[in-house]
Design a protein around this ligand. Sequence first.
Ligand code: GLN
Length: 316
Amino acid sequence: MTGPSDTSGPFDKLVGDAQAEFDRAESKPLREAWLGLDLPAIRIDLAGRLRAAGIDEAEIETRHLLTHVLAPASLAQALADPALVSWQTVAHLADLTWERLKRKPLSQVLGNQPFWTLDLIVTGDVLTPRADTETLVDAVLDARKDAVLDVLDLGTGSGAILLALLSERPGWRGVGVDVSPAALAIARHNAAACGLEARTGFVEGRWSAGLAEASFDIVVSNPPYIVSDVMASLDPEVRDFEPALALDGGADGLDAYRDILADLPRILRTGGLFACEIGYDQGEAVSALARGAGLDGVRVLADLAGQDRVVIGYNS
Ligand code: GLN
């Protein structure tokens, strides 16, 4: 005997409205594949599908997806006791997995991403904060221990860099600028969620062009720096789901640095620090642009993988 009625998985007792929802769901093929399976079996199947879709860290991502839908029940408990797992939970898991199998980034599937000590909301309107960018946060915190400073984050996106800095320095205040209103909405939400609303302001604009009178002690940026011709060869997660606006740096990848540095002397106070993220092979080029803009003490810093990742300099 075969068929759903012989099975004991969470989808076993689908009736009425539940069956209708099951039939309507975009993830129906996945839900069907998981009919009759218990959670340990679903877990194995899910990881196999992620791997088959070309996703490298399939086991780790499977764990993230499972813990997302199972909260607050612990994964270990749920794996041990099938009664803890409802069909709604598995349906939710199927929906999320379906999206991930299209190569939507895990951060966008789950809706959040850890960065520094923060948990940030992420959508397709912002670049997902990357661990590499913590090198920039580290560099600024290392260089500046003053109790009170004004920080400007150009192209703030989710607000990740600005919020990480302010979370470590209770006396610092900051402004995040972005050309995308949708990104600013995410950044504002994140500032509030991190309890940093009172010390942050967000301004729509193209780099520092809209900041008429203001000046800052620190200017940071993770601008778009991918060479336009390379965009098509990026991972599908990045190429198809992240905003090109935050990635495409023009013909040589350096357009944004040129624009930012052209106006930097006007907005960076004397003695102020400039720190920006760079691509692994852009250390020399961005250093030269920074010196050309009049910055001193220009240095290239590497990330934890040993790749050049940050350029810093001072307006002396
Ligand atoms: N590091 C990002 C990537 O490779 C690019 C970020 C950027 O252009 N600022 O996907």
